[in-house]
Design a protein around this ligand. Sequence first.
Ligand code: NAD
Length: 287
Amino acid sequence: MTRIDGHTYLIGLMAYPIRHSMSPTMHNTAFEALNLNFVYLAFDVPEEKLKDGVAAIRTLEMRGSNVSMPNKQAIIPYLDKLDISAELNQAVNTVVNDHGILTGYTTDGVGFVTDLKKKGHEVAGKKMVLIGAGGAGTPIATQSALDGLSEIRIFNRHDGRFGHAQETVDIINQKTNCQASLTDLADQGALQEALAWADIFCDATGVGMKPLEDQSLVTDPTWFKKDLVVYDTVYAPRETKLMTIAKNAGVAHVYNGLGMMIEQGAAAFRLWTGQNMPIDLVQTAIE
Ligand code: NAD
């Protein structure tokens, strides 16, 4: 157990519901391993209490906080600055308190790109198909574009997220060198054609996770070429239906979202402490 004394810095996690989160285990394991005088605690903070939650970061001189749903967009008006990662997504998952100045970041996109890189796949110069442009899909798209992805075809079903997906496409086309487009997921012919064209395929919809664990948005194994990199942002279960279908189709590089989850935490950890999270140790602690 990390020694707690009068100099210990507090880092929070403000979301609702949040008690199931693996983040406290991740960060406290890392603080202890590196002998850093920080403690990370999860707090149930619904949106109506968020203003008070952010005030507490200032009052208690906390080093910062993670935020998750429903607070990722709602927190923006209470912060002083946004990093480009948060600005492009209009969402925040990490707050850093530098002597009273609160800056919002989104580290999910860095988490995705870093995890892929560690697995041997650079996004620079590549073509990507992404299904889903919500809380996970949007930073995956924007960070990949910032890191040199050449082209992205986003597919979203025609639900409340479609307009947001179009805004993301517009931002990528305006602010990066990546060429982005949006297609209705109902256009299955376009999806099949895009999978034949792409280097990387990412499903960021949550289909494959409870209660949709028996479902996959791609069911025809012939749509997967063997050299496609297939990434599902879901990490519970560790192997989704999509992943099983891709593996059975002979795809060699098929990944779940656990690495992205750990790397987004590692990026936040670096922002708060200036140190690298001991990834292997953290991975063992949460498995
Ligand atoms: P969200 O609700 O913000 O967005 C979901 C997106 O998927 C939207 O674009 C929506 O239109 C689309 N979608 C939802 N259900 C669909 C369906 N049945 N068919 C087709 N499209 C559908 O959710 P989110 O926060 O982006 O999370 C998505 C998934 O990513 C979840 O499984 C979540 O656990 C996972 N996630 C993983 C990480 C990680 O670090 N690995 C981080 C964040 C989220």
